[in-house]
Design a protein around this ligand. Structure first.
Ligand code: AMP
Length: 190
C-alpha cells in the first residue's frame, strides 16, 4: 500500500497532479480542501465553520480537520493506497496522520513536495480565481495570507518527513505533463 502526501504551497498544482496520479496508480484521493468545500456547498455545520476560516485564508483548527480526515479515512477500509492533498498542514496533523495510518497497519510512504517560487504561485492563483469560483482565489490579500500561513505553519512539516527519510522535492515549474512525469519517476522508486 503506497500512501503519499502530495505537499506544496497553495497554487503548486497538488489538485491538478492528484487527478493524473489517481488515474495512473489507483490511489484514493483525499483532499481536505475539497471535503471542506463539499460541506460548504451542502450547508453543513462543518461547512459553516470551515468557511469562516477559509475565506480569511486561515487554517481550519487542527481538531476539526483531524476528526474530519479520520472520518474520511474510515470510509475506505480496503483502499489500495491514499494520496493526501492539502493534509497534513501542521505538525499535529502530521502526527495524527501517522497515528491514524498505524491503526490501519499502514504508514506514509513518502512526501512528494512540489517546489514553486512565490511569484509563480501568486500569478497562478490569480489566474485560477477567474474561473475557480473560489472566494479565496479571488482576493490578492487572501492569496497572500494563504502563502504567509503556508510559510509559517505548513512549510515546517517538511522537516517531520525529512527526519524519517521520506521527503522528495519535485520541481513544480514546467508543463503539467512534465511535472506529472517527474512525480511518476519519483513514485516508481518507492
Ligand atoms: P486547499 O483546497 O488545499 O487550497 O485548501 C483551501 C482552504 O481549506 C485552506 O486555505 C484552509 O482554510 C482549509 N484547509 C484545507 N486543508 C486544511 C488542513 N489540512 N488544515 C487546515 N485547514 C485546511
Amino acid at each position: 500500500m503506497l500512501n503519499v502526501v502530495l505537499f506544496g504551497p497553495p497554487g503548486a498544482g497538488k489538485g491538478t497532479q492528484s487527478a493524473f496520479l489517481v488515474e495512473a496508480y489507483g490511489f484514493i484521493h483525499l483532499s481536505t480542501g475539497d471535503v471542506f468545500r463539499a460541506n460548504i456547498k451542502g450547508a453543513t455545520p462543518l461547512g459553516t465553520l470551515a468557511k469562516s476560516y477559509m475565506d480569511q485564508g486561515q487554517l481550519v483548527p487542527d481538531s476539526v480537520t483531524i476528526d474530519m480526515l479520520a472520518a474520511e479515512l474510515a470510509k475506505y477500509p480496503a483502499a489500495p493506497g491514499f494520496i493526501f492533498d492539502g493534509f497534513p498542514r501542521t505538525g499535529p496533523q502530521a502526527e495524527a496522520l501517522d497515528a491514524l495510518l498505524s491503526g490501519m497497519n499502514a504508514s506514509v510512504t513518502a512526501m512528494l513536495a512540489l517546489e514553486v517560487p512565490e511569484t509563480e504561485l501568486k500569478a497562478r492563483l490569480l489566474e485560477r480565481g477567474k474561473t475557480s469560483g473560489r472566494p479565496d482565489d479571488a482576493d490578492p490579500n487572501v492569496i497572500q495570507k494563504r502563502i504567509d500561513v503556508y510559510n509559517a505553519d505548513t512549510a515546517p512539516v517538511q522537516h517531520f518527513y525529512e527526519a524519517q527519510g521520506k521527503y522528495i522535492g519535485i520541481p513544480g515549474v514546467g508543463s503539467i505533463e512534465e511535472i506529472t512525469q517527474r512525480l511518476k519517476v519519483a513514485l516508481d522508486t518507492l
